[in-house]
Design a protein around this ligand. Sequence first.
Ligand SMILES: [Zn+2]
Length: 392
Amino acid sequence: MEWLFLLLPIAALSGWLAARKHYKIHLKISGGAFDPEYFKGLNYLLNEQPDKAIDVFIRLLEVNSDTVETHLALANLFRRRGETDRAIRIHQNLIARPSLTPQQRDQALVELGLDYMNAGVLDRAEQLFLELLNKPSPPIEASQQLLRIYQQEKKWLQAIEIAKKIQIQSQENMGEIIAQFYCELAEQQLTINSHDAKSLLKKAHTHDHKCVRAALLSAELHINANNFRKAQKFLLNIEQQNHHYISEALPKLLECHQRLNTLPAFGNWLQALLISYPNMTSARLMLTHIIQLQQGSQTAHDYLYKQLHSHPSIEGLHSLISLGDTSHPDIIPLLKNITTTLVRRGHRYTCKHCGFSGKSMHWHCPSCKQWGTIMPAEVHISSLETFLESSP
Ligand SMILES: [Zn+2]
């Protein structure tokens, strides 16, 4: 981090060069005596006395507002070094100058807000960015930072409002994340007020008709109200929305079919699904489960055993053993041991944005904070060796 300090004199020097033109006039008036303040400031910086350097630069600003860029650059460097209080001091001083242009003042205000964010004083940052929004042409950074604050504080209604503003201001499509915010609100209402939850989910769908989360939540609402056909409609639509998430819908679909007494139809649907997506382990295991329910464990075992030759998977192997083949009594307990460990250790959910992986579904990635980037992964036998190698 120390090398950053070497940049300070360079930043100061560029400001000095920009200001030199101005000084020529000043020099003539004062009879050729060169204002030595800049060198004094540089000297303090070189001698690692930043507070004295800040004093010099603040004094200089009163002489010449061409140095605004220099002050912003210096404050930025302080903030990046984690010296937020120094950055705040420079920015507050800048803002107090009447000679700033409106754009320069806005920029300094945005920077001051970022200082507050860095210092963790979110309410002051929020206040400042909100004031900026009231300006005739508010800087887009103000809205973007407010969006960050509201997500961090889980203020979803405010997050929705600000995301809509950004969409209008920047033409950027915010539909996907607005839908996620509505889902967050709907989830809170799910067991409290199903009517409100339903209308929130409708809004989520309006903003992003491919929102799988809204479909899953809608299905949950309908299942809770014993409307299994309506729930099914939402769940089946997920294949069109994003087929990577079908595995999330399968347990709910099973519940619907069981309650409607239509398990054979579910089996047929799964078979068709496996023709479209032959590697979908979750569908293969669900089909095995249906066969077991309808025709018993032996038939289910025979089906899965055959399937595992063409489509090997750890989870498939685990299910096969759980179905109870007793023909090799010595090998089975050992194999079961291995597969139990593998299934327990395997991370089923992976973020396609940052690579984060975990055991449970997150719609908001805990690592990179992106929405809707985590997907259920199918664990295949090909990863078996890696698992075994990495185990102690
Ligand atoms: Zn991520």
